[in-house]
Design a protein around this ligand. Structure first.
Ligand SMILES: Cc1cc2nc3c(=O)[nH]c(=O)nc-3n(C[C@H](O)[C@H](O)[C@H](O)COP(=O)(O)OP(=O)(O)OC[C@H]3O[C@@H](n4cnc5c(N)ncnc54)[C@H](O)[C@@H]3O)c2cc1C
Length: 454
């Protein structure tokens, strides 16, 4: 069997960009219809030592799904549901299936696949696994990793391996990091193998949830509320999402009802599920009043209103992507951070981040995101290449401050090509050496996802 490599310029251009705003043109595009074709391609690429970069729906914000030269391997056509075992709360699915489609299928049977990146309707299961994607509700359910039971992976050599998590309660065989190779591939950004199929662990649908958006007069009050809510015994948030003044402005403009809390400088969106406690709303209101929340509180009940709340949240990264895309021709783009600190230190971290930006003369970032995990996104827009360079320096300085607070340089969107320069700020030479050793073991000619992460 030999699979067709598409070398038409138009096709290659169609796969040359992702949500990072960077453009990289592959030499060829492959769109296999079967795992056998993927295996053939990998064997050939390894034999010829040609780079091959797996891609799902290319919503990566870090340029991880694009490649300068080499083969772009789109997995979108491998999108079958392989098995749905309701008794075992398990769905086995090919990597190219859209995450949102999978979630709707299992929801129709009263189950939930918890990972919920804001981009779930545009991104694939393989992409979510390869990036260990997370979302607002990861506060309760964690990122993608804990929900993956097994993987079928094609290695660079073309060998297919089946990996299943062990359920051992005790295990002293070997180094801990080698116990569950499933974990090597989750978050590996295409560098270790091509994910063909995944067995997803499902949970019972938690049922009705209530969403409430609380405007606040200041960031300090809003983040004080977040800390109190996270530690509260009376309320139980599944998400605690923060919008600074600039992000709230975008959410307001996406809201159907005009004039929402015009004087507020910040907003916190919370969700709580399982509404058997009739006092849930009152408990949230009591807590919010202690932090002097604005009275113009928005309540979202039922699936359709919760989807509307999700649209308001999605409007922020989507708008920032559009603003960034306007400056592509001059070498600018959206520049996004996904650093995180221990949640109690978020207020301090944001103050420092803004001071660093102010000292450099660049415009302030729009800030929003997962405050309950101490994990915001700072979205800058660079209007040209020189502003981009200044913003990157601002971010590097910010990341050093974040690490000094016990944080991480990247908590959600992965490393890709854009953040590779910052891996060494956080990881020691020993840690990087151990990652290189696994990479070399599985992909000795470095054909897979060249330039990502390492
Ligand atoms: C508006 C917007 C909002 C977003 N919100 C979030 C969010 O809330 N949370 C979050 O975590 N991310 C978010 N993202 C980032 C992105 O959507 C996620 O990382 C997503 O999981 C990527 O999936 P994808 O199918 O688009 O993968 P791609 O972008 O195509 O690829 C991403 C990485 O996965 C690898 N890959 C893809 N498929 C495979 C495979 N089958 N085998 C091996 N490697 C593979 C690629 O090589 C690449 O390294 C957002 C992006 C946008 C544009």
């Amino acid at each position: 069997m030999s699979i067709e490599l598409n070398i038409d310029r138009e096709i290659r251009e169609a796969y040359s960009s992702d949500a990072s705003g960077v453009i990289m043109l592959p030499d060829a595009v492959a769109r296999p219809d079967s795992p056998e074709e993927v295996v053939e391609l990998l064997k050939q690429a390894t034999l010829e030592q040609t780079g091959i970069t797996p891609a799902g729906a290319q919503t990566s914000t870090t340029a991880s799904s694009i490649t300068d030269g080499g083969i772009l391997l789109s997995l979108r056509r491998l999108a079958r549901i392989v098995d749905f075992d309701k008794a075992q709360m398990m769905m086995r699915v090919e990597a190219g299936a859209l995450l949102g489609d999978v979630k709707r299928l299992v929801a129709a049977e009263g189950m939930l696949f918890p990972p919920d990146p804001t981009s779930e309707n545009e991104s694939t299961v393989g992409g979510a696994i390869a990036c260990n994607a997370s979302g607002a509700r990861s506060l309760r359910y964690g990122a993608t990793r804990p929900h993956i039971r097994a993987l079928k992976v094609a290695l660079a050599s073309g060998e297919i391996i089946e990996l299943r998590r062990s359920n051992l309660e005790k295990n002293t065989v070997g180094y801990a990091f080698a116990h569950d190779p499933v974990d090597w591939f989750i978050g590996s950004e295409g560098t270790l193998g091509v994910i063909l199929e995944a067995e997803l662990g499902l949970i019972p649908d938690p049922g009705q949830a209530l969403g409430i958006a609380f405007p606040f007069a200041s960031e300090e009050m809003a983040l004080g509320f977040v800390v109190e809510a996270r530690e509260s015994q009376s309320v139980s948030a599944r998400c605690l999402e923060y919008f600074d003044g600039l992000a709230f402005e975008i959410a307001r403009s996406a809201d159907e009802r005009p004039g929402w809390a015009p004087d507020a400088q910040a907003m916190v969106y919370v969700e709580e599920e399982g509404l058997e406690d009739a006092d849930t709303f009152e408990k949230w209101m009591e807590l919010a009043e202690r932090f002097k929340a604005d009275s113009d509180v928005r309540v979202f009940e039922g699936d359709s209103q919760l989807r509307q709340a999700r649209r308001l949240r999605h409007a922020v990264p989507a708008t920032m992507n559009e603003r960034g895309a306007m400056y592509r021709r001059t070498g600018g783009r959206k520049v996004s951070t996904d650093w995180a600190v221990p949640y109690r230190r978020l207020g301090e971290a944001l103050t420092v981040a803004r001071q660093i930006a102010a000292g450099s003369g660049v415009g302030q970032a729009v800030i929003y995101g997962h405050a309950g995990n101490g994990h915001p996104h700072q979205n800058y827009v660079a209007r040209d290449a020189s502003e981009l360079a200044v913003i990157e320096r601002v971010i590097e300085k910010t990341l050093k401050a974040i690490l000094a607070m016990g944080g991480t340089v990247a908590a959600e969107h992965g490393i890709g090509k854009l953040k590779r320069k910052w891996v060494g700020l956080q990881m020691s030479a020993i840690q990087i050496g151990a990652m290189r050793a696994i990479k070399h073991e599985l992909d000795p000619y470095n054909v897979l996802a060249r330039g990502n992460m390492l």
